[in-house]
Design a protein around this ligand. Structure first.
Ligand code: DQA
Length: 148
């Protein structure tokens, strides 16, 4: 079983009621359920964590650094300015896949820049819940390639 840490950043606990015209009606619990279903199909064990706090996300990355083989993260607004989160992700030698529900390049200018992207293996955005599911599939492929 591969081991993947899934991190959801700030305000994602409010999915479903938060700007539904941008993020849709799917709740975080539903996203986690879809991820868990796909993970069991792929033979992946997930640890899933959401926080509105930068420090708690960083603490979790450090605490799970040994356990996790890869990280799937939607950093929320931290994407655009958290050098601390970026440094934490860069300091673990795992593949990192950055995902976003929305296509940030179609939105406000401040969302166009990601400080996480340069240390990520790749980015997937604009497909709603499917961004997460595609991200998990991408991680699974990476881990299979490493093994082989
Ligand atoms: C987001 C995009 C970010 O710009 C925003 O701050 C979010 C959600 C997304 O999933 O589309 O909180 O990461």
């Amino acid at each position: 079983m591969y081991r993947v840490l899934v991190l959801h950043g700030p305000n994602l606990n409010w999915l479903g009621k938060r700007e539904p015209e941008v993020y849709g009606h799917t709740t975080l619990a539903e996203i986690n359920e879809q991820l868990t279903n796909l993970a069991s199909e792929l033979g992946v064990t997930l640890k899933i964590f959401q926080s509105n706090s930068e420090g708690a996300l960083i603490d979790t990355i450090q605490a799970e650094a040994e356990w996790a083989q890869a990280i799937l993260i939607n950093p929320g607004a931290y994407t655009h300015y958290s050098y601390a989160l970026r440094d934490a992700l860069a300091s673990v030698a795992h593949p990192v896949v950055e995902v976003h529900l929305s296509n940030v390049h179609r939105r406000e200018e401040f969302r166009h820049h990601s400080v996480i992207a340069p240390i990520a293996t790749g980015q997937i955005m604009g497909f709603g819940v499917d961004s997460y599911l595609l991200g998990l599939r991408a991680i699974w492929s990476l881990l299979c390639e490493k093994k082989g």
